[in-house]
Design a protein around this ligand. Sequence first.
Ligand code: 5AD
Ligand code: SF4
Length: 444
Amino acid sequence: MQFDFLVSNMENIYIETYGCQMNFADSEVIAAILTKAGYGVCESVEDADFILINTCAIRDNAEQRVRHRVRELKALQSRRHNLRVGVLGCMAERLQSRLMAEEENVSFVCGPDAYRRLPEMLAQVRRGQKTAEVDLSTTETYADIEPVRLAGNGISAYISIMRGCQNYCAYCVVPYTRGRERSRDPETIVHEARTLFEQGYREVTLLGQNVNSYSSSCDFPELIRQVAEIDSQLRVRFATSHPKDLSDKLLEVMSAHDNICRCIHLPVQSGSNRMLKLMNRKYTVEWYLDRVGTIRRYMPDCSITTDVIAGFSTETHDDHEATLELFRKVRYDYAYMFKYSLREGTYAWKHLADDIPEEEKTRRLNEIISLQGEIALENNKKEVGKEYEVLVEGESHRSKEQLFGRNSQNKVLVFDRGDAVPGTYRTVRVKNVTAATLIGTLVQ
Ligand code: 5AD
Ligand code: SF4
């Protein structure tokens, strides 16, 4: 067997990550695979021999940002002829070798299930060949790879528990870029979480496109119970849940464990039943509101956050009004709000018109943003006077004299540092709020 892909003289890779939390978790797997093959991971493009761009394809603007970045790197490459650029992740999977034809300074393209091949690919590139590996897998979970934690705070870490998605929401490209759903063994997940805790980490986020359909030798409620029972000082979060299968069993396990955080991300996408059907979301507004009610019955203090899309195919003013109405009913603590972006290959691309004018999409989106801003501020005003246990994460961006951390509900609290230390739990009393932040003081 030949190991010509192992590097003898230390060469450096630089990884740049775009998109969702899953991509950030994947970048840590990529770093692990390449450090094992002898590469160093550097923190500046200036020191890199290979720049790996881990990309997102969910909306067109995400892809345009990456293309812009790739083109920007040409200047650096013209000064440093041995510097190679590769595109990884969802955009690589979607565009495959087309990307190398369109962006001539890209030397390699690697899809989300092909990261184990990167050492060979980089060796090939070093020999002057361009290469693309984009096969999707039905089994790859990278379960045996211990991620190299990149630029983390040593306090919170992501653990990817499953990959892929087969819900086929009409607008969404993910089932095509990340392939079929598959779950990682619970033993490897619990082991990874325990190791992180022993290393001093105090928070893990279990990641998957739809964690509720986690299915291995146990289901998701059982998995999260096992992770939560590693230690009561380890906080456990998870993302993302699909409303169609948010089970009471999960809510029971959550309410029985204080260290499973009181925060559920429950993407609604639209408040109109007609839109939800067209989107193939497999639930109704009534079902969704029932889930929200049930969450609040089990855990009255649980925060709820969402994703929403403005201007999907044929969306009328009434459909849009129904979304605003749903926002008023649920009163989300936070929302990720998007304009619909038509994605090649999706059901909507094949069968549904992208017929809402851009200005109208923008208008609707802005209306949702401004309503959500008001709701978040009103929600936060009710926090004044409350005390929360906060996991201290680090220095606040505004002042060295202040620290920040999060409460169980995932709200950011900023407070005068006093004798608080990052990586520990402290009680903070809320004094003042904005729509995004709670400002408080340490309770001794
Ligand atoms: N256009 C706009 N937003 C989208 N999302 C997914 N696909 C699209 C698209 N084509 C949003 C959904 C999803 C989030 C991750 O991105 O709200 O929950
Ligand atoms: Fe996309 Fe729907 Fe899967 Fe989420 S559940 S990744 S929106 S197809």
